[in-house]
Design a protein. Sequence first.
Length: 262
Amino acid sequence: MKRSNSFFRGAVLTAGVAALGIAIAPLTANAIPQEEFNKAMDNYLKSNDGAKALGSTIENYFKNRQAEARKEREMAAQKEMEEQFSNPKDIPVGTSPVKGPKDATVTIIEFSDFECPYCSRANETMEQVMKEYKGKVRVAFKNLPLPFHKNAKPAAAAALAAGEQGKFWEMHDKLFENQRELSDDFFKKTAEELGLDVKKFLADMTSEKVNKQIEEDMKLARENGISGTPGFFVNGVAVKGAQPFPVFKDVIDRWLNKGGKA
């Protein structure tokens, strides 16, 4: 902060001196006394030209600082990405529902919340990924219901319960398509529409097996630095947030074309 403030004051002074180079030139060809300089500077900055020059200097200063900060963030992100490609995390698929071939070159581990709007957007991105990389990518879905989404955990249980009857992805899609409708009545109604044994479905929703699966998913997320949703690991490389398709494409292509090497 001290460096930034010092730089800012220097930038303002430089701009003022540059402008005053014309304003005070008639006064003397040599250096003028400090008191006279201060007075000239003060008068100039109070003028319309001075105010414009100062405003322009301040604007340019903050633009430059924003550009520097952005570049620093990009460099840090790139460094972190390279470290991840060199040491990808080993995230087990376990018993999670999987879409795509078992022998796919790239495995995406997805941590998601059925009530999270960003997760719904990310779901569309995953559909695009599966379409563009058919046969080359598989997606394993893990639940990370956030505590402030009251229907997220019941929805996770509903999806896994439907999975007990082979309809996980069908329920998964219905939940994301109807995020504002999530409720016990909606889960039951959807189970009926999917042709499930509703009695078994309701029992499975509250079963120890389903609850354990959700808890294990949540624990795995915490252990690997995922606290918000959605969160992904592409062959062990983290992609956090509802990133657009090109972000996933860059990581996937690198695994497919270079085996993760730069």
